[in-house]
Every structure is written in C-alpha cells, then in structure tokens.
Design a protein around this ligand. Structure first.
Ligand code: ZN
Length: 150
C-alpha cells in the first residue's frame, strides 16, 4: 500500500499533560474519509474547547470520525450528558463518511483527556443516515482544533 502523507498524532494540548490520544491521518491523505469539516457554529453549540481564539463562525473546523472507542490510545468520556437536546430535524451538521451522508442528531457525552480530564475535545454522538432515517450509528467526533496535532 502506498503511503500518502504523514500520520499525525493527537495529544492533549496542555504541555504538562500531553497525553497521547489517537493517530490522525494526514490532511492530504486520500485513503481516509475520516477527516470531516463542520462550520464554526458547532464549536459554540456544543461548547467544544479550542486551542486559541474563540470560535469563528466563518471558519470550518476539522474533526476526526472515530467509530470505535478502542481506536483511541486514551480517551475520557464525561459523566455529564450533553446539554444540547436531541434534534431530529437537525441537518445543520451533515457530513460524508463511509459511503453515506450523516446528520448529527444527538450528542450524548463529551470527550475529554483521559489523564487530566480537560475538554470537551469532542463528542460522543448519534448520527443518522440522511437518506434513511432508520439507520443510526454511535460515533466519536474528535475536534482537531482542541488538541495538539502534528
Ligand atoms: Zn491531558
């Protein structure tokens, strides 16, 4: 298999922690559809932590789709349920992955660093097939802007 670009490593952004979270495909990788982009509104809506400046609604934010927990090296899941209520008509956050178009319909819990518990750095959520509303999956979405990734 030909390699396409360097694999990155996502770590906790707090240097005194820097716990390893997961391997992230390179931005230019052609072999993955696990890197997706959401409008800046997602950062505000779900109160996702960022590295630098406040959420920019004009900007698109990179997320990694993580279908299984054990894909992470380390991850923490909040005990708190997500404050944002279920939204079955929410086509606001749509993305292409695994040959389907998905809509984020229900955030259940937040992802945080397993070591220092800082976050949220992502969401544990339910997504629905935009073309078949009976088909849902539970996935993790890791916000690349919320971690140190290089
Ligand atoms: Zn940490």
């Amino acid at each position: 298999m030909a390699s396409t670009g360097k694999v990155r490593k996502a770590r906790c952004q707090f240097t005194e922690c820097a716990s390893s979270l997961i391997s992230v495909p390179a931005v230019d990788s052609k072999t993955t559809d696990r890197l997706i982009y959401f409008p800046g509104a997602i950062m505000e809506k779900y109160k996702i932590m960022e590295t630098r400046e406040g959420a920019d609604a004009q900007k698109e934010y990179e997320f990694l789709v993580v279908p299984e927990f054990w894909d992470f090296d380390n991850i923490g899941v909040s005990r708190d349920l997500c404050q944002v209520t279920e939204d079955r008509d929410n086509a606001e956050f749509k993305f292409e992955w695994d040959g389907h178009t998905w809509e984020l319909i229900h955030c259940q819990r937040y992802l945080a660093c397993a070591e220092c518990d800082r976050g949220p750095i992502g969401l544990l959520c339910e997504v629905q097939d935009a073309n078949d509303h009976s088909s849902t999956r539970k996935i993790c979405l890791l916000s690349i802007a919320s971690v140190d990734c290089k």
